[in-house]
Design a protein around this ligand. Structure first.
Ligand SMILES: [Zn+2]
Length: 478
Protein backbone atom coordinates (compact mmCIF):
# COMPACT_ATOMS: atom_id res chain seq x y z
CA UNK A 1 0.00 0.00 0.00
CA UNK A 2 1.25 3.48 -0.83
CA UNK A 3 1.36 5.51 2.35
CA UNK A 4 3.02 8.90 2.33
CA UNK A 5 3.66 11.11 5.36
CA UNK A 6 3.19 14.78 4.44
CA UNK A 7 3.38 16.71 7.73
CA UNK A 8 4.19 15.84 11.33
CA UNK A 9 3.69 17.22 14.81
CA UNK A 10 3.95 15.53 18.25
CA UNK A 11 3.57 11.87 17.22
CA UNK A 12 0.75 12.79 14.83
CA UNK A 13 0.95 13.14 11.09
CA UNK A 14 -0.95 13.98 7.93
CA UNK A 15 -0.66 11.13 5.44
CA UNK A 16 -1.95 10.13 2.04
CA UNK A 17 -3.07 6.58 1.29
CA UNK A 18 -3.66 5.51 -2.31
CA UNK A 19 -6.45 3.01 -2.98
CA UNK A 20 -8.23 1.60 -6.05
CA UNK A 21 -11.03 4.06 -5.32
CA UNK A 22 -8.96 7.19 -4.89
CA UNK A 23 -6.82 8.80 -2.21
CA UNK A 24 -7.54 9.19 1.47
CA UNK A 25 -5.89 11.91 3.52
CA UNK A 26 -5.46 11.02 7.20
CA UNK A 27 -6.22 11.73 10.00
CA UNK A 28 -9.76 10.92 9.00
CA UNK A 29 -12.94 9.31 10.28
CA UNK A 30 -14.83 6.52 8.54
CA UNK A 31 -18.57 6.88 9.10
CA UNK A 32 -20.01 3.46 9.92
CA UNK A 33 -22.76 2.53 7.46
CA UNK A 34 -25.50 0.14 8.46
CA UNK A 35 -26.07 -1.55 5.08
CA UNK A 36 -29.69 -2.41 5.84
CA UNK A 37 -30.80 0.87 7.28
CA UNK A 38 -28.48 3.81 6.63
CA UNK A 39 -29.57 6.86 8.60
CA UNK A 40 -27.75 9.07 6.08
CA UNK A 41 -27.23 7.79 2.54
CA UNK A 42 -23.63 6.63 2.02
CA UNK A 43 -23.28 8.72 -1.15
CA UNK A 44 -23.98 11.86 0.88
CA UNK A 45 -21.12 11.21 3.31
CA UNK A 46 -18.50 13.18 1.34
CA UNK A 47 -20.68 16.29 1.85
CA UNK A 48 -19.83 16.19 5.55
CA UNK A 49 -16.13 15.57 4.96
CA UNK A 50 -15.87 11.77 4.72
CA UNK A 51 -13.22 10.41 2.33
CA UNK A 52 -13.95 6.72 2.96
CA UNK A 53 -16.59 4.60 4.68
CA UNK A 54 -16.72 1.47 6.78
CA UNK A 55 -19.49 -1.10 6.74
CA UNK A 56 -20.09 -4.45 8.31
CA UNK A 57 -19.38 -7.44 6.08
CA UNK A 58 -21.13 -9.80 8.48
CA UNK A 59 -24.45 -7.93 8.24
CA UNK A 60 -24.17 -7.87 4.44
CA UNK A 61 -23.25 -11.57 4.42
CA UNK A 62 -26.41 -12.36 6.36
CA UNK A 63 -28.85 -10.11 4.55
CA UNK A 64 -27.62 -9.15 1.07
CA UNK A 65 -25.02 -11.81 0.22
CA UNK A 66 -25.92 -12.51 -3.39
CA UNK A 67 -26.40 -8.88 -4.33
CA UNK A 68 -23.03 -7.97 -2.79
CA UNK A 69 -21.24 -10.79 -4.61
CA UNK A 70 -22.86 -9.92 -7.92
CA UNK A 71 -22.43 -6.13 -7.88
CA UNK A 72 -19.73 -5.49 -5.29
CA UNK A 73 -19.90 -3.54 -2.06
CA UNK A 74 -19.45 -0.13 -3.73
CA UNK A 75 -22.57 -0.56 -5.90
CA UNK A 76 -24.44 -1.96 -2.95
CA UNK A 77 -23.76 1.23 -1.00
CA UNK A 78 -24.00 3.47 -4.06
CA UNK A 79 -20.54 5.03 -3.69
CA UNK A 80 -17.22 5.06 -5.52
CA UNK A 81 -15.00 6.14 -2.60
CA UNK A 82 -12.85 3.64 -0.64
CA UNK A 83 -14.81 1.18 1.50
CA UNK A 84 -13.42 -0.54 4.60
CA UNK A 85 -15.21 -3.63 5.90
CA UNK A 86 -15.36 -5.02 9.40
CA UNK A 87 -15.79 -8.73 9.85
CA UNK A 88 -18.37 -9.31 12.55
CA UNK A 89 -16.02 -9.15 15.54
CA UNK A 90 -18.26 -6.56 17.13
CA UNK A 91 -21.21 -8.97 16.86
CA UNK A 92 -18.95 -11.66 18.28
CA UNK A 93 -18.23 -9.46 21.28
CA UNK A 94 -21.88 -8.43 21.74
CA UNK A 95 -23.61 -11.80 21.18
CA UNK A 96 -20.81 -14.26 21.93
CA UNK A 97 -21.08 -16.05 18.57
CA UNK A 98 -21.29 -15.50 14.82
CA UNK A 99 -22.44 -17.92 12.13
CA UNK A 100 -19.47 -17.59 9.82
CA UNK A 101 -15.85 -18.72 9.84
CA UNK A 102 -12.83 -16.46 9.45
CA UNK A 103 -12.08 -17.98 6.05
CA UNK A 104 -15.66 -17.45 4.80
CA UNK A 105 -15.91 -13.82 5.91
CA UNK A 106 -12.45 -12.88 4.58
CA UNK A 107 -13.18 -14.46 1.19
CA UNK A 108 -16.56 -12.76 1.12
CA UNK A 109 -14.97 -9.33 1.73
CA UNK A 110 -12.44 -9.98 -1.02
CA UNK A 111 -15.10 -11.14 -3.51
CA UNK A 112 -17.33 -8.14 -2.94
CA UNK A 113 -14.37 -5.86 -3.63
CA UNK A 114 -13.72 -4.33 -0.22
CA UNK A 115 -10.75 -1.92 -0.38
CA UNK A 116 -9.69 -2.79 3.18
CA UNK A 117 -10.74 -6.09 4.70
CA UNK A 118 -10.57 -7.32 8.29
CA UNK A 119 -10.15 -10.85 9.67
CA UNK A 120 -12.59 -12.10 12.30
CA UNK A 121 -10.46 -11.20 15.31
CA UNK A 122 -11.42 -11.92 18.91
CA UNK A 123 -12.04 -8.68 20.83
CA UNK A 124 -11.03 -9.48 24.40
CA UNK A 125 -12.77 -7.12 26.83
CA UNK A 126 -10.77 -4.85 29.19
CA UNK A 127 -9.46 -6.28 32.49
CA UNK A 128 -9.46 -9.85 31.17
CA UNK A 129 -7.23 -12.32 33.00
CA UNK A 130 -3.90 -13.05 31.38
CA UNK A 131 -4.63 -16.60 30.22
CA UNK A 132 -7.95 -15.67 28.54
CA UNK A 133 -6.38 -12.67 26.82
CA UNK A 134 -3.44 -14.77 25.62
CA UNK A 135 -5.67 -17.58 24.33
CA UNK A 136 -7.85 -15.05 22.45
CA UNK A 137 -4.78 -13.36 21.02
CA UNK A 138 -3.34 -16.63 19.75
CA UNK A 139 -6.60 -17.31 17.88
CA UNK A 140 -6.62 -13.75 16.50
CA UNK A 141 -3.06 -14.23 15.23
CA UNK A 142 -3.98 -17.54 13.58
CA UNK A 143 -6.86 -15.81 11.78
CA UNK A 144 -4.66 -12.88 10.74
CA UNK A 145 -2.21 -15.28 9.09
CA UNK A 146 -5.09 -17.03 7.33
CA UNK A 147 -6.45 -13.69 6.10
CA UNK A 148 -3.04 -12.70 4.75
CA UNK A 149 -3.12 -15.73 2.44
CA UNK A 150 -6.69 -15.04 1.29
CA UNK A 151 -6.78 -11.26 0.91
CA UNK A 152 -6.26 -11.03 -2.86
CA UNK A 153 -6.08 -7.43 -4.12
CA UNK A 154 -7.68 -5.95 -1.02
CA UNK A 155 -5.60 -4.17 1.60
CA UNK A 156 -5.35 -6.01 4.90
CA UNK A 157 -6.30 -4.56 8.29
CA UNK A 158 -4.63 -6.38 11.15
CA UNK A 159 -6.37 -5.94 14.51
CA UNK A 160 -4.22 -5.47 17.61
CA UNK A 161 -5.76 -7.13 20.68
CA UNK A 162 -4.57 -8.09 24.17
CA UNK A 163 -7.14 -6.49 26.51
CA UNK A 164 -5.60 -3.97 28.97
CA UNK A 165 -2.37 -5.99 29.30
CA UNK A 166 0.53 -3.91 27.88
CA UNK A 167 2.76 -6.91 27.26
CA UNK A 168 0.11 -8.64 25.13
CA UNK A 169 -0.68 -5.47 23.17
CA UNK A 170 3.02 -5.18 22.33
CA UNK A 171 3.19 -8.83 21.35
CA UNK A 172 0.10 -8.48 19.16
CA UNK A 173 1.71 -5.47 17.44
CA UNK A 174 5.01 -7.32 16.92
CA UNK A 175 3.38 -10.38 15.36
CA UNK A 176 1.10 -8.23 13.19
CA UNK A 177 4.14 -6.39 11.88
CA UNK A 178 5.72 -9.72 10.98
CA UNK A 179 2.56 -10.89 9.20
CA UNK A 180 2.66 -7.52 7.46
CA UNK A 181 -0.69 -5.82 7.06
CA UNK A 182 -1.50 -2.51 5.41
CA UNK A 183 -3.29 -0.90 8.37
CA UNK A 184 -3.04 -1.87 12.04
CA UNK A 185 -6.26 -1.48 14.01
CA UNK A 186 -6.19 -1.15 17.79
CA UNK A 187 -9.31 -3.06 18.82
CA UNK A 188 -11.29 -3.74 21.97
CA UNK A 189 -11.44 -0.11 23.14
CA UNK A 190 -15.20 0.52 22.86
CA UNK A 191 -15.94 -0.48 26.49
CA UNK A 192 -13.07 1.81 27.59
CA UNK A 193 -14.43 4.74 25.53
CA UNK A 194 -17.94 4.18 26.95
CA UNK A 195 -16.56 4.25 30.51
CA UNK A 196 -14.35 7.33 29.86
CA UNK A 197 -11.29 5.19 30.69
CA UNK A 198 -9.07 7.38 28.52
CA UNK A 199 -5.94 6.59 30.51
CA UNK A 200 -6.20 2.91 29.61
CA UNK A 201 -6.68 3.81 25.96
CA UNK A 202 -3.69 6.18 25.97
CA UNK A 203 -1.53 3.46 27.51
CA UNK A 204 -2.66 0.92 24.89
CA UNK A 205 -1.96 3.35 22.03
CA UNK A 206 1.51 4.20 23.38
CA UNK A 207 2.42 0.54 23.92
CA UNK A 208 1.35 -0.29 20.36
CA UNK A 209 3.16 2.77 19.01
CA UNK A 210 6.35 1.71 20.78
CA UNK A 211 6.35 -1.22 18.32
CA UNK A 212 4.53 0.16 15.26
CA UNK A 213 6.21 3.54 14.89
CA UNK A 214 5.61 4.40 11.25
CA UNK A 215 2.73 2.14 10.19
CA UNK A 216 -0.81 3.54 9.74
CA UNK A 217 -2.91 3.04 12.88
CA UNK A 218 -6.68 2.81 13.10
CA UNK A 219 -8.24 3.28 16.54
CA UNK A 220 -11.17 0.96 16.06
CA UNK A 221 -14.46 1.99 17.67
CA UNK A 222 -13.42 5.48 18.73
CA UNK A 223 -15.84 7.98 17.22
CA UNK A 224 -16.10 10.76 19.79
CA UNK A 225 -14.49 14.04 18.65
CA UNK A 226 -13.46 14.90 22.23
CA UNK A 227 -10.74 12.22 22.00
CA UNK A 228 -9.49 12.77 18.44
CA UNK A 229 -6.80 15.38 19.21
CA UNK A 230 -5.25 13.24 21.95
CA UNK A 231 -5.32 10.10 19.80
CA UNK A 232 -3.84 11.85 16.76
CA UNK A 233 -1.06 13.37 18.87
CA UNK A 234 -0.17 9.83 19.95
CA UNK A 235 -0.02 8.67 16.35
CA UNK A 236 -3.50 7.38 15.44
CA UNK A 237 -4.43 8.04 11.81
CA UNK A 238 -7.88 6.59 11.27
CA UNK A 239 -11.06 6.54 13.35
CA UNK A 240 -14.52 5.19 12.67
CA UNK A 241 -17.77 6.63 13.86
CA UNK A 242 -20.93 4.74 14.65
CA UNK A 243 -21.33 7.41 17.31
CA UNK A 244 -22.82 10.00 14.91
CA UNK A 245 -25.86 7.72 14.41
CA UNK A 246 -26.03 5.95 17.79
CA UNK A 247 -25.95 9.25 19.68
CA UNK A 248 -28.52 10.76 17.31
CA UNK A 249 -30.92 7.87 18.01
CA UNK A 250 -30.55 8.70 21.68
CA UNK A 251 -31.12 12.49 21.24
CA UNK A 252 -27.50 13.27 22.00
CA UNK A 253 -25.40 16.01 20.44
CA UNK A 254 -21.63 15.62 19.96
CA UNK A 255 -19.15 18.41 20.65
CA UNK A 256 -15.38 18.44 21.15
CA UNK A 257 -16.09 19.31 24.79
CA UNK A 258 -18.29 16.26 25.38
CA UNK A 259 -21.82 15.04 24.75
CA UNK A 260 -24.92 17.15 25.31
CA UNK A 261 -28.52 16.05 25.70
CA UNK A 262 -30.86 17.74 23.24
CA UNK A 263 -33.49 17.79 25.99
CA UNK A 264 -31.32 20.09 28.11
CA UNK A 265 -30.07 22.49 25.43
CA UNK A 266 -31.24 26.05 24.91
CA UNK A 267 -28.72 27.13 22.24
CA UNK A 268 -26.70 25.23 19.65
CA UNK A 269 -23.00 26.12 20.12
CA UNK A 270 -22.30 25.34 16.47
CA UNK A 271 -22.53 27.04 13.08
CA UNK A 272 -22.84 23.95 10.90
CA UNK A 273 -25.46 24.17 8.13
CA UNK A 274 -28.15 22.44 10.20
CA UNK A 275 -27.52 24.10 13.58
CA UNK A 276 -27.37 27.58 12.10
CA UNK A 277 -30.97 27.37 10.87
CA UNK A 278 -32.69 25.81 13.91
CA UNK A 279 -32.92 26.05 17.66
CA UNK A 280 -32.93 23.12 20.11
CA UNK A 281 -36.57 23.85 20.86
CA UNK A 282 -37.53 23.52 17.19
CA UNK A 283 -35.57 20.28 16.86
CA UNK A 284 -37.24 18.82 19.94
CA UNK A 285 -40.59 19.35 18.25
CA UNK A 286 -39.61 17.43 15.10
CA UNK A 287 -40.82 13.87 14.43
CA UNK A 288 -38.44 11.26 15.81
CA UNK A 289 -36.94 10.21 12.43
CA UNK A 290 -36.44 13.80 11.29
CA UNK A 291 -34.84 14.69 14.60
CA UNK A 292 -32.52 11.73 14.31
CA UNK A 293 -31.34 12.86 10.89
CA UNK A 294 -30.83 16.40 12.16
CA UNK A 295 -28.65 15.20 15.04
CA UNK A 296 -26.75 12.72 12.85
CA UNK A 297 -25.96 15.53 10.40
CA UNK A 298 -24.72 17.85 13.15
CA UNK A 299 -22.72 15.00 14.71
CA UNK A 300 -21.00 14.38 11.37
CA UNK A 301 -20.26 18.07 10.80
CA UNK A 302 -18.80 18.36 14.33
CA UNK A 303 -16.72 15.22 13.78
CA UNK A 304 -15.10 16.40 10.54
CA UNK A 305 -14.66 19.96 11.76
CA UNK A 306 -12.47 18.62 14.57
CA UNK A 307 -10.46 16.61 12.05
CA UNK A 308 -9.76 19.81 10.08
CA UNK A 309 -8.84 21.68 13.27
CA UNK A 310 -6.36 18.90 14.11
CA UNK A 311 -4.87 18.87 10.61
CA UNK A 312 -4.35 22.62 10.70
CA UNK A 313 -2.68 22.26 14.12
CA UNK A 314 -0.30 19.66 12.66
CA UNK A 315 0.49 22.00 9.76
CA UNK A 316 1.34 24.89 12.07
CA UNK A 317 3.01 22.67 14.71
CA UNK A 318 0.57 23.56 17.45
CA UNK A 319 -0.82 20.10 18.15
CA UNK A 320 0.46 20.07 21.75
CA UNK A 321 -1.31 23.36 22.37
CA UNK A 322 -4.56 21.98 20.90
CA UNK A 323 -4.36 18.79 22.97
CA UNK A 324 -3.62 20.70 26.17
CA UNK A 325 -6.78 22.76 25.57
CA UNK A 326 -8.94 19.76 24.63
CA UNK A 327 -8.02 17.67 27.67
CA UNK A 328 -9.60 20.34 29.87
CA UNK A 329 -13.04 19.14 28.80
CA UNK A 330 -12.82 16.12 31.10
CA UNK A 331 -10.61 15.31 34.14
CA UNK A 332 -10.08 11.77 32.84
CA UNK A 333 -8.51 13.27 29.72
CA UNK A 334 -6.07 15.26 31.88
CA UNK A 335 -5.15 12.08 33.78
CA UNK A 336 -4.75 10.23 30.52
CA UNK A 337 -2.53 12.81 28.81
CA UNK A 338 -0.17 13.10 31.81
CA UNK A 339 0.81 9.50 31.10
CA UNK A 340 3.07 10.81 28.32
CA UNK A 341 5.63 11.52 31.07
CA UNK A 342 6.37 7.79 31.07
CA UNK A 343 6.90 7.71 27.30
CA UNK A 344 9.13 10.77 26.83
CA UNK A 345 11.78 9.01 24.78
CA UNK A 346 9.25 7.62 22.33
CA UNK A 347 7.57 10.98 21.86
CA UNK A 348 10.86 12.80 21.52
CA UNK A 349 11.81 10.62 18.57
CA UNK A 350 8.98 11.98 16.43
CA UNK A 351 8.17 15.51 17.53
CA UNK A 352 9.72 18.08 15.13
CA UNK A 353 12.74 19.95 16.53
CA UNK A 354 11.95 23.45 15.39
CA UNK A 355 8.57 25.13 15.64
CA UNK A 356 7.36 28.71 15.39
CA UNK A 357 6.30 29.04 19.00
CA UNK A 358 5.80 27.43 22.37
CA UNK A 359 2.55 28.52 24.01
CA UNK A 360 2.26 27.50 27.63
CA UNK A 361 -1.24 26.07 28.16
CA UNK A 362 -0.97 24.47 31.58
CA UNK A 363 1.34 22.23 33.55
CA UNK A 364 1.22 19.52 30.87
CA UNK A 365 3.30 21.89 28.70
CA UNK A 366 6.23 20.90 30.95
CA UNK A 367 6.11 17.37 29.53
CA UNK A 368 6.66 18.42 25.91
CA UNK A 369 9.73 17.04 24.13
CA UNK A 370 10.98 20.61 23.51
CA UNK A 371 11.62 20.96 27.27
CA UNK A 372 13.39 17.63 27.48
CA UNK A 373 15.64 18.56 24.55
CA UNK A 374 16.47 21.93 26.08
CA UNK A 375 17.59 20.17 29.28
CA UNK A 376 19.87 17.86 27.28
CA UNK A 377 21.27 20.74 25.25
CA UNK A 378 22.28 22.89 28.22
CA UNK A 379 24.01 19.93 29.86
CA UNK A 380 26.38 19.87 26.90
CA UNK A 381 27.36 23.55 27.15
CA UNK A 382 30.79 23.94 28.76
CA UNK A 383 31.83 27.15 30.53
CA UNK A 384 35.48 28.30 30.61
CA UNK A 385 35.14 30.66 33.54
CA UNK A 386 35.31 29.75 37.20
CA UNK A 387 32.29 31.71 38.40
CA UNK A 388 28.87 31.40 36.73
CA UNK A 389 26.18 34.03 37.38
CA UNK A 390 22.51 33.03 37.18
CA UNK A 391 19.60 35.43 37.65
CA UNK A 392 15.82 35.19 37.82
CA UNK A 393 15.57 38.80 36.59
CA UNK A 394 16.59 40.10 33.17
CA UNK A 395 17.56 43.45 34.79
CA UNK A 396 20.64 41.80 36.32
CA UNK A 397 23.60 40.92 34.08
CA UNK A 398 24.13 37.15 34.15
CA UNK A 399 25.45 34.18 32.15
CA UNK A 400 22.17 32.31 32.43
CA UNK A 401 18.64 33.27 33.34
CA UNK A 402 16.19 31.16 35.28
CA UNK A 403 12.88 30.77 33.46
CA UNK A 404 9.77 28.80 34.45
CA UNK A 405 9.42 25.47 32.59
CA UNK A 406 12.89 25.60 30.97
CA UNK A 407 15.05 26.15 34.02
CA UNK A 408 18.36 27.74 33.07
CA UNK A 409 18.65 29.50 29.72
CA UNK A 410 22.07 30.69 28.53
CA UNK A 411 22.01 34.29 27.26
CA UNK A 412 22.94 33.09 23.77
CA UNK A 413 19.77 30.92 23.64
CA UNK A 414 17.40 33.63 24.87
CA UNK A 415 16.26 34.41 21.32
CA UNK A 416 15.99 30.91 19.85
CA UNK A 417 13.38 28.13 19.96
CA UNK A 418 12.02 26.94 22.33
CA UNK A 419 12.86 29.37 25.16
CA UNK A 420 13.04 32.47 23.01
CA UNK A 421 9.77 31.65 21.25
CA UNK A 422 7.89 30.73 24.41
CA UNK A 423 4.84 32.59 25.65
CA UNK A 424 4.62 31.85 29.36
CA UNK A 425 2.59 33.55 32.13
CA UNK A 426 4.54 35.88 34.46
CA UNK A 427 6.59 34.24 37.21
CA UNK A 428 4.08 35.54 39.75
CA UNK A 429 1.11 33.90 38.06
CA UNK A 430 2.33 30.61 36.70
CA UNK A 431 1.52 27.23 38.33
CA UNK A 432 4.08 26.24 40.95
CA UNK A 433 4.92 23.07 39.00
CA UNK A 434 6.48 25.21 36.27
CA UNK A 435 8.78 26.87 38.83
CA UNK A 436 9.59 23.57 40.56
CA UNK A 437 10.49 22.07 37.22
CA UNK A 438 12.82 25.03 36.56
CA UNK A 439 14.57 24.56 39.90
CA UNK A 440 14.94 20.84 39.24
CA UNK A 441 16.65 21.65 35.92
CA UNK A 442 18.83 24.26 37.69
CA UNK A 443 19.96 21.61 40.19
CA UNK A 444 20.85 19.21 37.41
CA UNK A 445 22.82 21.94 35.65
CA UNK A 446 24.79 22.75 38.81
CA UNK A 447 25.52 19.06 39.37
CA UNK A 448 26.87 18.68 35.85
CA UNK A 449 29.21 21.67 36.48
CA UNK A 450 30.21 20.77 40.02
CA UNK A 451 33.75 22.24 39.77
CA UNK A 452 32.32 25.77 39.24
CA UNK A 453 31.21 28.44 41.69
CA UNK A 454 27.70 29.84 41.26
CA UNK A 455 26.23 33.20 42.14
CA UNK A 456 22.42 33.14 42.05
CA UNK A 457 20.38 36.36 42.02
CA UNK A 458 16.89 35.59 43.27
CA UNK A 459 13.86 37.87 42.95
CA UNK A 460 10.14 37.71 43.81
CA UNK A 461 8.36 34.42 44.02
CA UNK A 462 11.48 32.42 43.16
CA UNK A 463 12.63 32.87 46.77
CA UNK A 464 10.08 30.22 47.83
CA UNK A 465 11.45 27.67 45.40
CA UNK A 466 15.23 28.10 45.21
CA UNK A 467 16.74 26.30 48.18
CA UNK A 468 19.01 23.38 48.96
CA UNK A 469 20.97 23.75 45.74
CA UNK A 470 23.92 21.37 45.38
CA UNK A 471 27.53 22.55 44.93
CA UNK A 472 29.06 25.90 45.86
CA UNK A 473 26.35 28.57 45.54
CA UNK A 474 26.22 32.12 46.76
CA UNK A 475 22.64 33.44 47.06
CA UNK A 476 21.88 37.12 46.44
CA UNK A 477 18.30 37.97 47.42
CA UNK A 478 16.72 41.07 45.84
ZN1 LIG B 1 -24.02 21.73 14.25
Amino acid sequence: MEFEIISKDAMGRICRIKTRHGEIETPTVLPVINPNLPLILPKKMPNYGAEALITNAYIIYRSQRNEALENGVHKLLGVDIPVFTDSGSYQLMSYGDVEVSNREIVEFQKKMGSDFLTPLDIPTPPDADYSTARKDLEETIRREKEAKDLKGDSFLILPIQGSTIPELRRESAKVAREIEGDIYAIGGVVPLMDAYRFKDIVRIILEVRSILQIEPIHLFGCGHPMFFAVAVALGCDIFDSAAYALYAKDDRYLTVYGTKKLQEMKYFPCSCPVCSRSSPEEVREMEKDQREIFLAEHNLYATFEEIRVIKEAIEENSLFELVEKRIRSHPNLINAWRLIKDYRDLMEKYDPWIKKKFLYCGIESIFRPAVERHVKAIKNIKYEKEKIVISTDFGIVADLYLRPVFGVVPTELLESYPCGHAEIPEDENIEKEALEKAVEILKEFIRSNEEKRFVIHITGRWKEFIKDLPGTCEYVLH
